[in-house]
Design a protein around this ligand. Structure first.
Ligand code: PEP
Length: 258
């Protein structure tokens, strides 16, 4: 029998929020308040423009830095895009890939998620790959089918070693920014399914070691119940990650829930 210790993670996805000045103010406070070693990993994902300044403040801190997207080519005629090498140089160690807003508003697909995830790994960035069903898909009983397709397509031609380096975020689209959180049981059911699917394709050992975060209207008062579930290893937090005290309360509740 083997034991798997998956250190929980709370990651804040700031989306299109915070100027450089606001980002600096936020992480300066966060660094001061999280100066002791934490039992959960804490990551913030600011917009590209703030990455370097935030990275400078976060040196010699345990708080991780992530970007919200990347392009799969390293350089070239791709106006507006940013590569993994550039993000790494700016100080990022993580990158969110395939967020439902990218899929919905910017036409990202499981195929682009696949390319971006490969590119992130090549640049030594830890991908936080988002998957999840829409309300319509859930209501028509297609949740597991959608998740299976996202896993199969997103991780097509991946090796076990590559999968081991990922973090997955299960984010039911109907729960993102809506205030409608999945019940711990609803979330756990899908998290367990994701782990089972990955075990089929990449081995049980790989699947058991993988961190699967929940995302969708996480707040200080619902994180503990979510974290109590066996396959929920933390959260990707949108709206509630923008205010320092609220984000810190989520981190604190998550630490106590372990
Ligand atoms: C997200 O954007 O990843 C998210 C989960 O948003 P929110 O917490 O606001 O629902």
């Amino acid at each position: 029998m083997s034991f798997h210790t998956r250190k929980p993670m709370i990651a804040g996805n700031w989306k299109l929020n915070k100027t450089i000045r606001e980002a600096i103010e936020f992480v300066t406070l966060l660094k001061r308040r999280l100066s002791d070693p934490q039992s959960v990993d804490v990551v913030v994902c600011p917009p590209y423009t703030a990455l370097s300044d935030v990275a400078e403040i976060l040196t010699e801190s345990e708080i991780g830095l992530g970007a919200q997207d990347l392009y799969w080519e390293e350089k070239g005629a791709f106006t507006g895009e940013v590569s993994g090498v550039m993000l790494k140089e700016a100080g990022a160690d993580f990158v969110i890939i395939g967020h439902s807003e990218r899929r919905q508003f910017f036409h990202e697909t499981n195929d682009t998620v696949n390319k971006k995830t490969k590119a992130a790994l090549k640049s030594n960035l830890t991908p936080i790959v988002c998957i999840g069903e829409t309300l319509g898909e859930r209501e028509s009983g297609k949740t597991f089918q959608v998740i299976e397709t996202q896993i199969k397509g997103g991780f097509l031609n991946f090796s076990r070693e590559e999968i081991k380096k990922l973090i997955i975020a299960y984010e039911p689209v109907w729960a993102i920014g809506t205030g409608k959180v999945a019940t711990p049981q609803q979330a756990e059911e899908v998290h367990a399914f994701i782990r089972k699917e990955l075990a089929k394709d990449f081995g049980e050992e790989t699947a058991l070691g993988l961190r699967i975060l929940y995302g969708g209207s996480v707040k200080p008062d619902n994180i503990s119940n979510l974290m109590a579930e066996a396959d929920i290893d933390g959260a990707l937090v949108g709206g509630a990650s923008l205010e320092a005290n609220t984000f810190l309360d989520i981190v604190k509740s998550a630490s106590m829930a372990i």
